[in-house]
Design a binder for this molecule. Structure first.
Ligand SMILES: [Cu+2]
Length: 639
């Protein structure tokens, strides 16, 4: 049976693409970019129960007319096989198409480009790899004002055979290319720098000798995992949720709930959680790099870039995979196999105490449910790992790996202030990675408020005679203009999403606490291109009043968008945030000053945040987790 939030099936994708293709309203040379579920209104979904008629099944299909460069957005009603609406808005650009990517390879044959390559001693054009990046948008540059679909293309020597193009950048050459016509709109041709002569490999053959002292490690769950996946519904111990893969957002969670045996009911926590944008701004002002700040979600698509996962490589243990029907980068509906990995992990100790009176230890192992996927975008790989804990906590860990972006330098030259030398003739420019996650929280129901909690010392005086007193101070963020906040670890700052209508055993409103990790803010100037386009990255927490149309932190179509869309526009309404349905947007990320150790492939770096039960339960909800001796049926000392 179809749940109203089920993602489109392959058959539905095929039908929607066919209907849109036959409509005749999407231009001369239409190319399908993506299709996703138009989710039914939240109140309809919450009121729906199995067996009842489902709300209308609607898909949004985004296409690009390669003849006119116009983007079209059609809404298809699959119940009646009709097109409900079709619009094309000037200035809106769909994400990049594989066809455009492939066509851009011909740019190397452009006479001016070929001459510039020859000046760098690159004459065999078959060994040149062209990488067309999303073009960004600069008010100062006239061609960015046009309605053309543009790319900024960079060049590498790439001979195949397992080597990595990113180890041989052709420096100082950037072509601004019309993605539809292939025309080179502008060529930036700075002083040539020798192309690094050695290509790097990261496969076993290319690496050579490997350490030989690693013994086997196997994870065995004789009776299988403790969770069930039925369709898109995932259940594990007291948790339940729906999971799906969205072409742009990647992994999406719906209706995350906890079955609380003390309260005797299933308690909602999150209605919808997904990444809402990411951006990688580079901090090097030279022509090769200044324009780089790709929005990997909105300009490419995390689901479109998701990998088919492999047992033993990406996931270890008893794995269940979710396959994802999706329209690939090539515009064809298909199934991305093993798109999402679901497994349980031993996470060391959940809770413990040594009873020194009896010399007995009570200890419980922490078992967490892991739902994850990986996406590869050019040289970088991003893993998104959502953890569900037995104590009611939810955590996101973003893992960053892959190959750092490099530029070539003169051998022996010192590093510039804006990069780290990773080999004698290559420098990795400093950059940042920001991830914004949209959390439509319904903590025990939709009526919530948000508090900011700072702990601080009590001033000296009669209430603090010994000078030791401190306490948390709570402030309600009452409207959207107040709800643009930065972390402050010196005040142990956190936020609480509170339901004033439900009280715990202590008579306090139930709450979840948001704990952000150490994360930077955007360093670029607010009036710079990326400053205007990625306003969400100046704060760690934004809160908005619920509006189902507000789903992306930099707007739905950031490609070549001049900026101001998304969170800055949403919050300009300055809506009330007290005792209403709230959406919390969390920004996490890292400042990446590359290390030599990040080359030729980067050990995983991490960022993320945690949602922690805070008076949601009346006591430790994981007290009933059995000791391992009971679970495994073995003698054990830990009870
Ligand atoms: Cu990085």
């Amino acid at each position: 049976m179809t749940h109203p939030l089920d993602p489109p099936t392959l058959e539905e994708l095929q039908r929607a693409v066919k209907l849109v293709g036959a409509s005749g309203t999407i231009g001369e040379r239409p190319h399908v970019c993506l299709a996703s579920l138009e989710e039914p209104p939240k109140e309809l979904v919450l009121a729906w129960s199995p067996g009842e008629p489902a709300p209308p099944r609607r898909l949004k299909v985004v296409t690009v007319d390669r003849a006119s460069s116009l983007t079209y957005e059609s809404v298809v009603n699959l119940d009646g096989d009709t097109i409900e609406s079709c619009r094309s808005l000037a200035g809106i650009h769909a994400p990049i198409l594989l066809d455009e990517f492939n066509d851009c390879q011909n740019v190397r044959k452009d006479p001016a480009v070929a001459a510039a390559l020859a000046r760098r001693n690159v004459t065999d054009l078959d060994t040149v790899y062209v990488e067309p990046w999303p073009a960004a948008w600069f008010a100062e540059l006239p061609y960015d004002q046009s309605n053309r679909r543009l790319a900024r293309a960079v060049f590498y020597v790439f001979e195949g055979k397992g080597d990595q193009p990113w180890s041989r950048p052709i420096h100082g050459l950037v072509a601004v290319v019309d993605r539809s016509t292939g025309e080179v709109v502008e060529l930036i041709d700075d002083t040539p720098v020798p192309v690094p002569p050695v290509s790097t490999r990261i496969d076993p053959e290319g690496i050579g000798a490997q350490r030989s002292d690693v013994k086997p490690l196997e994870i065995i769950q004789r009776e299988g995992p403790s969770f069930t996946l039925e369709g898109n519904e995932l259940r594990w111990q007291r948790w339940s949720m729906r999971i799906s893969m969205h072409p742009m957002e990647g992994l999406v969670f719906h209706q995350i709930s906890y079955d609380d045996p003390v309260a005797g009911r299933v308690r909602p926590i999150v209605y919808r959680a997904a990444m809402a944008e990411m951006v990688v701004p580079y901090g090097d002002p030279q022509g090769q790099h200044f324009w780089r700040h790709v929005f990997d979600q909105g300009e490419v698509g995390m689901g479109r870039a998701a990998n088919p996962l492999k047992l033993g490589c990406d996931c270890l243990g008893e794995i269940v995979y979710l396959d994802a029907p999706i329209i690939g980068m090539d515009g064809q509906p298909g199934i991305l196999e093993h798109a999402v990995c679901i497994h349980e992990e031993d996470n060391n100790v959940l809770w413990r105490h040594r009873d020194t009176f009896r010399n007995v230890t009570e200890s419980r192992r922490d078992r967490r449910l892991v739902v994850s996927f990986w996406a590869t975008l050019g040289n970088y790989d991003y893993g998104f790992f959502w953890y569900f804990h037995q104590d009611g906590n939810i955590e996101l860990e973003v893992k960053l790996s892959g190959i750092v972006l490099t530029g070539a330098t003169e051998p022996g030259a010192p590093a510039s202030p804006y990069g780290t030398k990773v080999t004698d003739n290559m420098e990795a420019p400093h950059h940042q990675h920001f991830f914004n996650i949209r959390l439509d929280l319904d903590v025990d129901g939709p009526v919530n408020r948000i508090e900011e909690v700072d702990s601080s010392p009590e001033p000296p005086g009669p209430d603090n005679p010994w000078g030791n007193a401190f306490r948390p101070r709570v402030r309600v963020l009452e409207s959207e203009s107040e709800a643009k906040r930065r972390a402050d670890p010196t005040a142990s700052r956190c936020w609480r999403i509170v339901n004033p209508e439900v009280l715990n055993a202590m008579g306090r409103p139930v709450a979840y606490q948001l704990i952000t990790g150490p994360a930077p803010v955007l360093f670029a100037q607010p009036d710079s291109a990326v400053g205007k386009r990625a306003g969400f990255a100046y704060n760690h927490v934004h809160v908005t009043a619920y509006d189902p149309t507000e789903t992306r932190a930099s707007g739905e179509y950031p490609t070549q968008h001049p900026g101001g869309a998304g969170l800055p526009a949403f919050q300009a309404a300055n809506r009330n945030l007290v005792d209403t349905d709230l959406v919390v947007w969390v920004t996490c990320g890292v400042t990446h000053v590359a290390r030599p150790e990040d080359y030729p492939v980067m050990p995983v770096e991490r960022t993320g945040f945690m949602l922690r039960a805070h008076g949601f339960f009346d006591a430790n909800p994981a007290l009933d987790v059995p000791p391992l001796s009971t679970v495994n049926g073995e003698d054990s000392c830990c009870h």
